[in-house]
Design a protein. Structure first.
Length: 284
């Protein structure tokens, strides 16, 4: 349904080139939930924005049902916008605070001509609000954003996108800093570090048998209520970054407790494939 091929997004800051997304290949199949995890600055948001053509790439392709997203025009581009939505983390920046909730939810309906009458539009909006627990619907429909809590406004922002299409859900993916949360909803997980995918596979495989030291470090940071439930897997300590990344080799080697000489010289590619589980690490 959605596929990236060699996707790159570079930004130039003074004399420094920041490789926010650097040769990323991911696939999202029909009816599949894909989780994208990594710390702040790893490139998750830039990747998501580029997939939706909100950010132009430096190189590479995004294919939507086989069509190049960056070449879509007219009706095809409008169809792509309708079927693929992004739900921003901060709802206060995602909605027009001057509009009532009714008009916020109605905006997409009107742009895409989904309903044929005002009555049908109203019925659809009130049902959407009820579906996300904003009842009484009439009261919330006539409210302004500043009259709602953050959680309520997030539901308004969410429903204003997801009701446009039976296929639309949380974009093409769910991105999070919390790898434990994503395990509950994702079918497959991609782990991203400094613009690169460094591990991928079925969610239960990545979480139950993490291979990359960075993935293990992410899991080690997950709070566990009962400390006695921790295993040796959760005892990984990230090395203090005593040397900066030199622009070649594995990007994680300055922090990796298992770094070898080859890690400083060559960049590992994704390898493996057992149980559809891939990792970019010279340990394997």
């Amino acid at each position: 349904m959605i596929e990236t091929q060699g996707l790159k997004v570079y930004f130039k800051s003074r004399d420094v080139i920041v490789k926010a997304v650097d040769g990323v290949d991911i696939k999202v199949k029909e009816r599949e939930i894909v989780g994208l995890v990594g710390e702040s600055g790893s490139g998750k948001t830039t990747l998501g924005r580029t997939i939706l053509n909100l950010q132009r790439p430096t190189a590479g392709k995004v294919l939507w049902n086989g069509k190049d997203v960056f070449k879509l025009k007219g009706k095809e581009e409008k169809a792509f916008r309708k079927e693929n939505q992004i739900i921003f983390q901060n709802p206060y920046e995602a909605v027009d605070i001057r509009l009532k909730v009714y008009d916020i939810v109605a905006e997409g309906i009107r742009v895409h001509g989904i309903t044929k009458s005002k009555d049908e539009e109203r019925e659809m909006i009130l049902k959407a609000l009820k579906d996300v627990g904003l009842t009484p619907e009439e009261e919330y429909a006539n409210s302004l954003p500043n009259q709602l809590s953050g959680g309520q406004l997030q539901r308004v922002a969410t429903v204003s996108y997801t009701h446009l299409s039976s296929a639309a859900s949380d974009v093409y993916k769910r991105q999070t800093h919390d790898i434990s949360t994503i395990g509950y909803v994702a079918d497959r997980i991609y782990v991203m570090y400094q613009g690169k995918i460094i591990e991928s596979g079925p969610a239960d495989e990545v979480l139950g048998n993490p291979l990359h030291p960075y993935t293990k470090a992410l899991i080690s940071a997950v709070p566990i209520p009962d400390p006695s439930g921790r295993t040796t897997l959760f005892s990984l300590t990230v090395k203090e970054e005593t040397e900066p990344y030199n622009g070649k080799g594995c990007r994680y080697y300055p922090r990796c407790p298992f770094a070898m000489d080859v890690c400083r010289q060559k960049e590992p590619g994704l390898t493996g494939g057992t149980n559809d589980h891939y990792v970019a690490c010279f340990l394997y």
